[in-house]
Design a protein. Sequence first.
Length: 289
Amino acid sequence: MPNAPYSAKWFFELFPAKINAYRARLTTLHGLHRSLPAWYPWRNHCKFRITVIREGVVNMKRKGQFLVFAIAVLFTASALNATAGKKNEPDDPEEILEALGGIHFIEKMKVDDVGSVKVKDRKSGEETYFHVYSGYANEKYRVIIFDNTPRYLGYYETELEPTDYEEGAVLLDSGDGESFFKIRLTIKGPNDKVTIDGIPSKFVKNEKAAADKQAAEKAIPIADAAEDLQPEYREWTIRSGSKQQTFTAIYIKQAGSKVFLKEQKRGITRPFPINRLSKADQAYLKKFK
């Protein structure tokens, strides 16, 4: 694969310039060839040069076509890798349901893949995927949903078949082959209850997954809590010999034995030795470690 930056420059800048130069030379040689008498020696030389330049143009175009193909493959592969990196689908959803058992597993239930639904929160910009499967048994369909961990969350039961999806929603075939009913998903997961074609459907949760999620949310490590702590302007005290200086500033970062503070009054960020801070200030800094 050619070097990408140079290849792009060659294709978009040098390639058109070279083609135009070749065309200009062809025009000149054609005119010279027509103007010279048949017996003149330079006439055959002009004809030879015309043939050589034409072959050069053909080779240039082939090289350009190859570069277009190579760049297209490169960008397609990058896009697929980026998408694949975000999705985390379950390896075998049927095996997971069978292991869970109970109401979540029906013997001989046919399970088909619907797709990975991308959900994005408009306020925070956070995005994730929910992996949706269709189950059919006892003349009813199930909309089976996994999150992106991938953890089995539960299912909706409906008489309509889930056949497709779009961003933020699963699409259920209305039966006429043209229109769909939507089950919308949020960044927090499936809604507890939805209405499908006027009929309410409750989301049957995987209670084990719900309990695991609650336990994980409660057991927030101290390090994670520190990450959520946002610095704000406060009073800092610096000791210099027998004197003390107090000023209002905001914490920026720590580097070795120094802390960087941004003064509110002047907007200047300066380093200060941590051992010269008051005990209260040093205790405050420990929250950001």
